[in-house]
Design a protein around this ligand. Sequence first.
Ligand SMILES: CC(C)(COP(=O)(O)OP(=O)(O)OC[C@H]1O[C@@H](n2cnc3c(N)ncnc32)[C@H](O)[C@@H]1OP(=O)(O)O)[C@@H](O)C(=O)NCCC(=O)NCCS
Length: 220
Amino acid sequence: MIPRPLLLVGAGGLAREVLAAVRLLPDVWNPVGALDDTAALHGTLIDGVPVLGGLAQLPALLENEHPDAAVVCCVANARRPLSRLNLVSRLGLPDERWATVVHPAAVTSGASLGAGTVLLAGVVITTPLSVGRHVVAMPHVLITHDDEVSDGVTFAGRASLGGGVFVGESAYLGQGALVREGVKIGAGAVVGMGAVVLQDVPAGQTWAGVPARPLRGESA
Ligand SMILES: CC(C)(COP(=O)(O)OP(=O)(O)OC[C@H]1O[C@@H](n2cnc3c(N)ncnc32)[C@H](O)[C@@H]1OP(=O)(O)O)[C@@H](O)C(=O)NCCC(=O)NCCS
């Protein structure tokens, strides 16, 4: 099988983790470069892959040097949970351009995964279900029966969902967060690392702690 060229959007820590995953799939992916708007990175290597320039160069790269390439968006930030989907819509690529990357040590149980979604090592999805587009699940995330994961959701490492949890668009769940079964996490909400979420989190709010409460005095 001829591996598909892969361009990474973002050249930070998440990009390096995605790179490590795709290198375990040499028959599937051939990482050819990364793009990042941090000018100081241009012309450098991240773990052996060249940073080819800023995001503005993506259309020309896809048109000329890498017409068959897939693209994966490696941007995640708890303070700006909407950033990845905003970037994706700014780039305006068709779904077939977006790589869905699944680490060989992830268990997906026949779940359907949207375009651009990334599952890193040790992610477990326990039953067939649907995961949205451009979702990022970092190592050892647990997604269980009847969960609904919307587009652009980010799970930091070891975040865990009980059954029947709904996670709205672009929500961010911090490292090791635990979400009780049946709870709804609103769109663009942020759940702090280590939180234990026992009740619904309204859209756009940041909750943290055990049990989780609004961090900035917002009302539940
Ligand atoms: C919740 C979070 C987004 C808040 O970030 P922030 O807005 O910068 O908040 P601050 O660090 O300024 O902290 C504000 C207050 O919340 C508290 N706080 C922050 N995060 C907390 C958490 N996870 N649990 C409990 N309290 C927390 C701080 O102690 C501080 O309390 P104080 O006002 O009494 O001093 C952040 O702490 C977090 O958990 N991010 C996720 C990190 C993560 O999972 N990273 C993975 C990287 S791969």
